[in-house]
Design a binder for this molecule. Structure first.
Ligand SMILES: [Zn+2]
Ligand SMILES: [Zn+2]
Length: 337
């Protein structure tokens, strides 16, 4: 009798997972517009991130005039604001999903508990390891990149535009930012998977085979620097600080949400918001696949796309064997079947 493969997921979205249709051939404008609407609909994470970014700019960001010189007061204000955001989002999701288990294992990808008494993690504890590197690395480094951009606006190194004068460019840029951020994420991530950088830097993030909200920023500080460096693009293009904040929040907020380990965070009987990212969850489990986002074509082009199906498991495992054979490494470990 043929041996059944071990079931490795408790829950998955509809399989095979599909990426944005923007890059499919033949190109379908209708499909692309439908996809664009789905990721920007009013209850989507992306739309909420935009609303949060606008609110942050209006109420929780220092006036540009104060940012002419790097000074502790205004920089600490941004830092404090980011600290509160991370504590609320990552801490809140962790309490809701893992401490109080408000939705049990409903829509949870991998039901195994987060690691305790595991010497692979700092402090022998996955959550504390994740919390420390988030607060000590991500919050100050993400803040510095935001401060750099605000200083750029204050000194005229970044051209500032307003919505009233340039509404079309303003909105177009908002639509493009997630695609830019995904493009940057793929290439920096691919770089982090080169042998030396993986072993010395990126491995810190990959200790998290199963992920929770705090895992999103559980990284070596050098990886935080590389991750947030997509904000440097604003020194080259005209923009508004809302664009910069929105781009930063795609990391600061969407890092914890995308690693929360659940497809949807539910409220009420059947309502909820899609926060989890199964494509990236597959990356944590199988490592050598899905380096990019749903809106990057590169995984498909370079043969590293895992669609979540058992056939995808077999394909990526065969690919991994090939990669490691080429590297001439005698051992490689994964808990994937
Ligand atoms: Zn990786
Ligand atoms: Zn990750």
């Amino acid at each position: 009798m043929k041996k059944q493969p071990r079931k490795i997921w408790h829950y998955t979205p509809a399989l095979p997972i599909r990426q944005a249709p923007y890059f499919e051939r033949p190109f379908s404008l209708l499909e692309s517009l439908k996809y664009l609407f789905s990721v920007w609909q009013p209850l989507s994470q992306r739309f909420l991130l935009l609303l949060i970014s606008i609110a942050l700019w209006i109420w929780f960001t220092p006036d540009i005039e104060r940012a002419v010189n790097f000074q502790w007061d205004w920089m600490l204000e941004i830092g404090l604001r980011n600290l509160i955001i991370v504590l609320t989002v990552a801490g809140g999701l962790h309490l809701y999903l893992y401490t109080f288990r408000k939705q049990g294992d409903d829509e949870r990808f991998d039901p195994r508990p987060l690691a305790k008494n595991s010497n692979i993690f700092h402090f022998n504890n996955q959550v504390w390891d994740n919390v420390v590197w988030t607060l000590a690395g991500s919050v100050p480094i993400g803040t510095l990149f935001e401060c750099l951009a605000l200083w750029g606006y204050a000194n005229g190194y970044i051209t500032i535009i307003s919505f009233a004068e340039h509404p079309i460019w303003f909105i177009t840029l908002l639509l493009v930012i997630p695609v830019w951020s995904g493009f940057h994420f793929y290439w920096q991530h691919r770089l982090l998977h080169t042998r030396w950088l993986y072993k010395s830097v990126h491995f810190w993030h990959h200790k998290n085979v199963n992920t929770g909200p705090w895992s999103g920023h559980a990284m070596h500080p050098l990886e935080h620097v590389i991750l947030y460096s997509d904000l440097l693009i604003y020194f080259l293009i005209a923009s508004h600080p809302i664009h910069v904040i929105f781009n930063a929040m795609l990391h600061t907020i969407a890092g914890p949400t995308s690693h929360c380990g659940f497809e949807r965070v539910k409220f009420g009987k059947n309502r909820g918001i899609v926060l989890g990212d199964f494509m990236h969850q597959l990356h944590h489990r199988f490592i050598d696949c899905n380096y990019g986002s749903y809106e990057t074509p590169w995984d498909k082009i370079f043969g590293s796309f895992h669609d979540g199906t058992p056939e995808g498991d077999a394909y990526i495992n065969a690919r991994r064997r090939e990669i490691y054979a080429k590297r001439n490494a005698p051992t490689w470990k994964t808990d994937a079947p």
